[in-house]
Design a protein around this ligand. Structure first.
Ligand SMILES: [Zn+2]
Length: 312
């Protein structure tokens, strides 16, 4: 490993010495997409440029100002389809205390035909622009199959696909961050289910969760935004949140995948199944932080009552 890194380092060094030579080649496709400088020099940041160890100053196009009061800890050079990026890890000497539970609570569940459902009775779909982009991507990938592998046209198309991939993942990330802020606007506490989304996306839910980024949303982006916004975030054990009635709390048994509604045989409530489990998550979350649970939170009676379908 050390050897490989050394070689790579030499390649980079050579490149920065003689830029005409071109960027270092990557031996196999997709190998070494990124390179880390674990130790940095003192005063290695300046406006529009950074000082890399054993390489010296290089110009960068800064995407945002450096945060004030933080020290840079690590550089990571990442190769993407659209070019090379430098990511800087900053460290703060101040510690930010974890948020304490507040008054308002929101349960959030990953939906089956929606991206998420919330206990505020909202169903949120992944945005249309993402879905149409994914369709276009599939078309391009089909086209690639008809080209001779390694030919000029094949390479060109592959490059185009890689760029498009990057565009989609940027757009998706952007949307997920907006969604996290939107949810934080509504509440003080966020409760989600602790699911291993990796195995989830391999199983029955594959079709909808594929490329949707639900795992990174629930496990990374949402807690990060909660932390930034000083909101309380808690993962709850996954135990049958979809098998309980949020209205009377009786056990109503396993639902079939195609069963869209939660219909309780005991209290007769009819409600979207994902909304029902997000309500359960909210109630469990409140119990977990020692708050009383009110049971009058559901608009009763009608089919899918109070459910708002929302596109962000
Ligand atoms: Zn019930």
């Amino acid at each position: 490993m050390q050897q490989v890194l050394k070689r790579l380092d030499k390649a980079w060094t050579d490149f920065f010495k003689v830029p005409e030579r071109g960027f270092p080649r990557f031996k196999t496709k997709n190998r070494f997409r990124s390179f880390i400088f674990p130790q940095l020099l003192k005063n290695c940041l300046d406006q529009g440029k950074v000082k890399l160890p054993s390489i010296g100053w290089i110009k960068i196009r800064q995407s945002r100002p450096y945060p004030v009061g933080f020290t840079p800890k690590q550089f990571q050079v990442v190769r993407r389809a659209s070019g090379y990026y430098l990511m800087i890890v900053f460290q703060s000497t101040e510690t930010v205390p974890d948020a304490l539970p507040g008054k308002k609570s929101l349960g959030i569940d990953a939906g089956i035909s929606n991206f998420i459902a919330t206990s505020n009775q909202e169903l949120i779909k992944s945005p249309k622009f993402l879905r149409s982009k994914l369709k276009k991507l599939k078309k391009l990938q089909l086209k690639l199959k008809n080209k001779t592998k390694g030919s000029n046209n094949w390479l060109k198309l592959q490059n185009k696909i890689a760029l498009f991939h990057e565009k989609i993942s940027n757009a998706r990330r952007d949307w997920l961050f907006k969604l996290a802020h939107y949810l934080c606007d509504q509440t003080d506490n966020i409760f989600v289910e602790d699911i291993n989304y990796k195995s989830w996306s391999k199983g029955l839910f594959r079709k909808q969760s594929l490329d949707s980024g639900i795992g990174s949303f629930m496990n990374e982006i949402l807690p990060f935004i909660c932390w930034k916004r000083n909101k309380f975030y808690l993962k709850l054990d996954k135990d049958y949140s979809s098998q309980e009635c949020p209205n009377c709390r009786l056990f109503t048994g396993k639902k079939l995948l195609n069963q869209r509604l939660h219909i309780c045989p005991y209290c007769n409530i009819e409600i979207d199944r994902d909304i029902a489990s997000s309500l359960i998550l909210k109630q469990r979350g409140k119990t977990a932080v020692g708050q009383p649970v009110g049971y009058k939170e559901i608009a009763c009676g009608e089919r899918g009552a109070g459910v708002e379908q929302r596109k962000l």
